[in-house]
Design a protein around this ligand. Structure first.
Ligand code: DX5
Ligand code: ZN
Length: 219
């Protein structure tokens, strides 16, 4: 079983102190940093872009797990790669040609992530599964932190794990949205090996980030 990793989402961090917040996450034992990029078009919210990621790059050597909730996404991939993204995760609905976008991320020598919204079936990416490093299963409709976990996505995690084991694929299964102490164990036993969390990590236990990361990792 792969080691459980935690990728805190900086969407819930203090945006006036992002550099220091990232250092705090690293010191607290985060395995990578989840950076939510939103364009106000693919999702009804607007956050940060490549210049901010470039500025944050020097604050940590942790993996930048960059979640692009932008459309069209293909023409911006290079900017995020150059800004310092390590994993570039795109939504299939945001590109005219998923295979071309995956190849483009590969040529930039970045890890390839593909994200499935709660209402997006695995079928849409079935021909790409062997080319993907990470599948980001959304357990909320993307756009905001602090939303309620959608339990129906557990079945999708189980199916992705089944396909992965049967076909001997190597993709990580990451789950994103409404992850808390009540559902983390269920998500892990369903087959997820990376958990994204914003609200739980920054708000629970009076903001004791280290304790919150450790608690989410418990199986
Ligand atoms: C939502 C983002 C998530 C979100 C997670 O669109 O993709 O990463 O920030 O935040 P919580 O853990 O608060 O649901
Ligand atoms: Zn995200």
């Amino acid at each position: 079983m792969k080691k459980i990793q935690i990728s805190p989402s900086i969407l819930s961090a203090d945006f006036s102190q992002l550099g220091n917040e990232i250092k705090k996450l690293e010191d607290a034992g985060a395995d990578m940093i989840h950076v939510d990029v939103m364009d106000g078009h693919f999702v009804p919210n607007l956050t940060i872009g490549p210049p901010v990621i470039k500025a944050l790059r020097k604050y940590t050597s942790l993996i930048f797990d960059v979640h692009l909730m932008i459309s069209p996404v293909h023409k911006y991939i290079k900017d995020f790669a150059n800004a310092g993204a390590d994993i570039i995760t795109i939504h299939p609905e945001a590109t005219d040609n998923l295979n071309e976008s995956i190849k483009h991320i590969r040529t930039l020598e970045k890890k390839v992530g593909v994200s499935l919204n709660p209402n997006t079936e695995i079928d849409i990416i079935k021909n790409e599964l062997e080319n993907i490093d990470l599948i980001l299963v959304m357990s909320v409709f993307p756009g905001f932190g602090g939303q309620k976990f959608i339990p129906e996505i557990i079945k999708k995690i189980e199916l992705l794990k089944k396909i992965k084991d049967e076909k001997k694929y190597s993709y990580d299964i990451e789950v994103d949205g409404g992850i808390n102490f009540a559902n983390s164990k269920e998500v892990i036993s369903a087959g997820a090996n990376i958990l994204v969390s914003g609200t739980t990590i920054f708000k629970e236990n009076n903001g004791n980030i280290k304790k919150n990361i450790e608690t989410l990792k418990e199986v």
